[in-house]
Design a protein around this ligand. Structure first.
Ligand code: 5GP
Ligand code: ZN
Length: 143
């Protein structure tokens, strides 16, 4: 079901134009209007789902199943040196459009416009602490 105020549902309906890369029964892929790098593509499910938290497994399955094909097409056409997949969930994590989407960002070198500045905390956790965190998450996974 399309959501009235959702810009990506409007794109799916053809109410807002987009540069289509791929389409089938379940999935639509189009160029991000703000290209981080040449070929920056968004892949979305046709079924509106706000973000990864609300995504049923079947929708996730169909969405991710198309990504290797699309990524390989971008790779073959533009010969990037690498590629990043990105998915933002909730505003504090930089989600600005609340219809699930995966960014495919081809990479052309260090100064190509993309950056992800992670500060790693490898030494902050003992193996026992890592084990405890893993167990806490594991026991919260709904089967
Ligand atoms: P987010 O920040 O939610 O992960 O990414 C949303 C992306 O959607 C942004 O990179 C933004 O450029 C893109 N976007 C927003 N509105 C439109 C639009 O109307 N058309 C297209 N093609 N991309 C859009
Ligand atoms: Zn939507």
């Amino acid at each position: 079901m399309a959501h009235e105020d959702c810009i990506f549902c409007k794109i799916l309906n053809g109410d807002i134009p987009s540069a289509k890369v791929y389409e089938d029964e379940h999935v639509y892929a189009f160029l991000d209007i703000s290209q981080v790098t040449k070929g920056h593509t968004l892949v979305i499910p046709k079924q509106h789902t706000k973000n990864i938290y609300e995504t049923p497994p079947e929708v996730a399955k169909e969405l991710f199943a198309r990504i290797p094909q699309i990524a390989n097409a971008i790779k073959n056409v533009y010969k990037p040196v690498g590629m990043n997949l990105l998915n933002n969930n909730e505003a504090p994590a930089d989600q600005s459009v609340f219809h699930l989407h995966i960014h495919i960002i081809p990479r052309y070198g260090e100064d190509d416009g993309y950056s992800s500045n992670w500060t790693v905390h490898a030494d902050d956790y003992t193996s026992g602490e890592l084990q405890k965190i893993a167990e806490e998450i594991h026991s919260a996974i709904e089967q």
